[in-house]
Ligand binder design. Structure first.
Ligand SMILES: NC(=O)c1ccc[n+]([C@@H]2O[C@H](COP(=O)([O-])OP(=O)(O)OC[C@H]3O[C@@H](n4cnc5c(N)ncnc54)[C@H](O)[C@@H]3O)[C@@H](O)[C@H]2O)c1
Length: 417
């Protein structure tokens, strides 16, 4: 049983999935290793992830390990329908995901993935775990644990754990260094710019490009926007991050000031209504708004609608709102993750590490889940370092090793000048 758009797209999906696999050497190694050892034989797994070519390769890895896997989308606009078709038709993975599905269908699909009665969940935004705790508590007894892919999901889960509400262990894949150092920074950096450019085809050179939030994702977007010749402005609420942005060479100012001069404003905070009505009231005519944070709440879209007397769609992924004073504000991808909606999400080479973490954490939960507390756990350090080692080897990069003398020096306190 699946619910996807069109099974005839499967061949196109296979071709793109194979293309992505060429950039995923760590995942290729895991497919080989898992197909020999079959460590997940018969384990029921439900994944709520963006249905992209890279996710398909994660699915193939888990299938090679013997898992009984189903997938649903983690965002209504990120599904690649050809990939969904390939998963169902060619890789025997049931999928519940249709690009552009309504919020109602989105949650029906989450429920369908839960009907699989998972022992392990994989989330990108914590929707499976959250729905299970709200409406499907009967499934909790089966659970060995879950994994969480993104910052926003980890924040939600830590809040659940703090309230004593989390009823099985979850591993914060996002917090692995081989995940957020690369995926959030270089992945979002490249793919958010890709989405904005594909959606608008507007030159960035010489434009004022504001980024709201200088976290892992914000740093990556700032770095790449500067590479395009934009004048990059950062807005922050955290003094340390603001200071870092300033010394990285960006202008830092309150969003109310930035809104008056910006040609582009991109949100990556994981926070709500970071762009609000008061910012829209002073925005420069023609300003382009986009979001790369997890949920579509970072830009106050109801306020934008309320301020507008007209809205047109001049291009796919661009909604042009006109205010009573004649100014226009352009919103990309309905305020949803611009890199997944208007482009293809992160490049495969970074997802190689993110999804190696996912696959190894699922294996870890299968072995250790019953022994872990019902809280949010870090990815074990040895696993994180092993992924870095495998990635370096695949990139044909060698590094030095500590000598015995250096090791002794670095682990002792007696020796000084
Ligand atoms: N687009 C993608 O593919 C993708 C990939 C990874 C993460 N994410 C999502 O992007 C978001 C950010 O993730 P991150 O890893 O960069 O998180 P992070 O915690 O490293 O950074 C978020 C930053 O936003 C700042 N912030 C919060 N509220 C703010 C406000 N009102 N104004 C200005 N700054 C504010 C915080 O101080 C922090 O520095 C999360 O929702 C995460 O789930 C998206």
């Amino acid at each position: 049983m699946s619910d996807i758009k069109d099974t005839s797209l499967a061949d196109k999906g296979v071709s793109r999935i194979e293309w992505a696999l060429k950039e995923m050497p760590v995942i290729r190694g895991l497919i080989q290793q898992f197909s020999e050892k079959r460590p997940l034989e018969g384990v029921r797994i439900s994944g709520c992830l963006h249905i992209t070519t890279e996710t398909a390769n994660l699915a193939r890895t888990l299938k090679a390990a013997g898992a009984d896997l189903v997938l649903c989308a983690s965002n209504p606009l990120s599904t690649q329908d050809d990939v969904a078709a390939a998963l169902v038709e060619k890789y025997e993975v049931p999928v519940f995901a249709i690009r552009g599905e309504s919020t109602e269908v989105y949650y029906q699909h989450v429920q369908a993935a839960l009907d699989h009665q998972p022992q392990i969940t994989m989330d990108d935004g914590a929707d499976l775990v959250s729905e299970m705790h709200k409406s499907r508590t009967d499934l909790i007894a089966n659970m060995l644990g879950g994994t969480e892919e993104t910052t926003t999901g980890v924040i939600r889960l830590r809040a659940m754990a703090k309230d004593g509400a989390l009823r099985f262990p979850v591993v914060a894949v996002n917090d692995a260094m081989t995940k957020h150092f690369f995926d959030n920074r270089y992945g979002t950096g490249q793919s958010a710019l890709d989405g904005i450019i594909r959606a608008t085809n507007i030159l960035l050179a010489g434009k004022t490009f504001t980024i709201v939030g200088y976290g892992w994702c914000g740093r990556g977007i700032a770095m790449r926007a500067r590479g395009h010749g934009a004048h990059v402005v950062i807005t922050e609420v955290d003094p340390l991050r603001a200071l870092e942005a300033s010394m990285d060479g960006y202008r830092v100012m309150p969003l109310l000031d930035a809104a008056r001069i910006s040609d582009f404003i991109v949100t990556v905070t994981g926070d709500k209504h970071t762009i609000d009505q008061r910012h829209m009231e002073v925005m420069k005519d023609g300003c382009i708004l986009a979001n790369a944070g997890h949920f579509n709440v970072e830009i106050n879209i109801p306020a934008l609608e309320a301020l507008s007397i007209d809205c047109k769609r001049p291009r796919e992924f661009v909604d042009e709102y006109t205010f009573a004073d004649g100014r226009t504000i352009r919103l990309l991808a309905e305020g949803r993750l611009v890199n997944l909606a208007a482009a293809e999400g992160h490049p495969s080479a970074v997802m190689d590490m993110s999804f190696a973490n996912q696959a190894l954490c699922v294996d870890y939960l299968n072995r250790q889940g019953r022994t872990l507390d019902n809280t949010v756990h870090n990815v074990p350090l040895d696993l994180d370092q092993e992924i870095a080692r495998l990635k370096l080897a695949a990139m044909d990069i060698q590094i030095d090793e500590l000598t015995t003398e250096q090791h002794r020096y670095l682990t002792s306190w007696q020796e000084g000048t």
